[in-house]
Each structure stands twice: as structure tokens, then as C-alpha cells.
Design a protein around this ligand. Structure first.
Ligand SMILES: Nc1ncnc2c1ncn2[C@@H]1O[C@H](COP(=O)(O)OP(=O)(O)OP(=O)(O)O)[C@@H](O)[C@H]1O
Ligand SMILES: [Mg+2]
Length: 243
């Protein structure tokens, strides 16, 4: 039986007085699982992931990784969590390899870790070029390699495939799957692309206006609602919520 890795319990976050970005959100992720947080722009995905990564405090609720509260143990987070922000950038004057070394230095990566990260990027010799010469997709792959290099038990990946073409998107999805299946770690992946997530995630939570409105395995949800894909599941549910 796989073990419970992450428990998110009733987290809430309001920006200013009015914007309820995350509204009593709860879910869990098991070791070896890829969980997708799927929903439209502004649904609360990034805010939830930042809370789970320990970067912002929720107004209420708690986040536990192997039973330890992430907002009370920064040292534990550093060992356990890898976080790929939605809008991460690179230093243009540094090469890809220099990025991996700097990031690895912060996390105490070994030379094997560096090699592992370099392989994940799939950039080969292009790692020796300055990142000012990289395309968006190459930068995204580099940053993914940097995050997974230290083998975090929980990889929190905010829109890892955003802005990637079909080919690069497929390759990043394969990388995430291979990582999770070969290390037994877990990943949470956010996306507003419901079709790609169908192929990547073991379980998904559909998030709308800060709440998870449905959860389950992609295939099971599609069968439950008798539709062709997750996009149609979402459309049906949102109609229900709004009427
Ligand atoms: N720093 C902030 N200050 C004020 N409001 C914010 C802030 N960050 C997010 N919000 C608001 O909180 C809500 C949720 O935003 P969030 O970025 O979590 O959504 P998202 O699901 O990641 O969207 P996207 O798909 O566009 O990335 C939105 O209404 C947004 O305007
Ligand atoms: Mg976002």
C-alpha cells in the first residue's frame, strides 16, 4: 500500500478584503502519485501551490507533508519539496549548466544529482550555452531539471508545460511521469489544459473559484459523467455550480 505524503486540510486565502482566492480547499496526495490541480485562469491554483510549498501562509487550514506542518518546518520543506514557479526565469548571462550548479549548491546536490538533473533537461551540449540563447521551452526544461535534480519527495510544478509546443509538452509530461515512477516520489501539477492532464495525472482535482468541485481518476470522471473528455466534465460541473 502506498503511503500518504501530502495532506491539504481546509486551506483558505483571501487577498485584501474581497478576493477569496482559495476557499476551504482539501485534498491529499500519495507517494508515487501524480495529482493534477486543474481549473481556469484565476481559479486559485498558483495560490494553493504557493501555500503547499510553504511560501505563503494560509489564513486558515494546514498543509502536512508526512505529518509535518510545512509552515512550521522550513528545514523539512527544503529536503522534501521541489517547486517550479509558474513564471520562473533564468539568468541570461549564465549557461544552463551553471544554473544547475548554482541550484545544486543551494541544495547540497552531489555530482550524481547534477548528472541526473542534466539528463532530465534533455538539453545535451546546449547546457553549455548562455540561457539568453535559449527558447522558452528550453528554459522550462532547464528549470524542471533543476527542480527534480535533488529528487524531492514532492515536486510542485505550476504549469510545467505552459507555452510549450506539442512536442516539447509531450516530452515534459514523459519526464515528469518517469521521475515519479522511477523514484516513488509524488508530483502536483497545475494546468488549465484539461486534455493534456488526462494523460499525465493519476488523480485530479477540478478547481473553480478556489474550491475543488470534483475529484477522481480522469477515466472514472469521464465515465461518471458520460462525456468524451475532462473538458466536458468541467463544463457540465461549472454549469451546475453557476445555475
Ligand atoms: N498577489 C495577489 N494579490 C491580489 N490578488 C491575487 C494575488 N495573486 C492572485 N490573486 C487573485 O487570486 C485569485 C486566484 O489567483 P491564482 O493566481 O491563484 O489563480 P490560478 O488558478 O493560478 O490562475 P492562472 O491559471 O491564471 O495561473 C485571482 O482572482 C487572482 O486575481
Ligand atoms: Mg497560476
Amino acid at each position: 500500500m502506498p503511503n500518504l505524503l501530502l495532506e491539504v486540510r481546509n486551506i483558505r486565502k483571501t487577498y485584501g478584503k474581497k478576493i477569496l482566492a482559495v476557499d476551504n480547499l482539501s485534498f491529499h496526495v500519495m507517494e508515487g502519485e501524480i495529482y493534477g490541480l486543474i481549473g481556469p485562469n484565476g481559479a486559485g491554483k498558483t495560490t494553493s501551490l504557493r501555500i503547499i510549498a510553504g511560501l505563503i501562509k494560509p489564513d486558515g487550514g494546514e498543509v502536512l507533508i508526512r505529518g509535518v506542518n510545512v509552515h512550521e518546518s522550513l528545514k523539512n520543506n527544503r529536503r522534501m519539496i521541489g517547486y517550479l514557479p509558474e513564471e520562473a526565469n533564468t539568468y541570461p548571462l549564465l549557461t544552463g549548466m551553471e544554473h544547475l550548479k548554482i541550484y545544486g549548491g543551494l541544495y547540497g546536490a552531489s555530482s550524481e544529482d547534477l548528472e541526473f538533473g542534466a539528463r532530465i533537461t534533455g538539453l545535451g551540449n546546449r547546457l553549455l550555452k548562455k540561457t539568453s540563447e535559449y527558447s522558452h521551452g528550453m528554459k522550462r526544461r532547464l528549470l524542471l531539471g533543476a527542480v527534480l535534480m535533488t529528487k524531492p519527495r514532492l515536486a510542485i510544478l505550476d504549469e510545467p508545460t505552459s507555452g510549450l509546443d506539442v512536442h516539447a509538452g509531450v516530452s515534459v509530461r514523459k519526464t515528469i511521469r518517469n521521475y515519479v515512477k522511477s523514484t516513488g516520489a509524488a508530483a502536483i501539477v497545475s494546468s488549465h489544459n484539461m486534455l493534456e492532464i488526462e494523460y499525465l495525472c493519476d488523480r485530479i482535482g477540478l478547481i473553480f473559484k478556489g474550491k475543488i468541485i470534483e475529484e477522481g481518476r480522469p477515466r472514472e470522471l469521464i465515465e461518471k459523467y458520460g462525456v468524451a473528455n475532462l473538458e466536458e466534465v468541467f463544463t457540465l460541473l461549472v454549469r451546475g455550480v453557476e445555475s
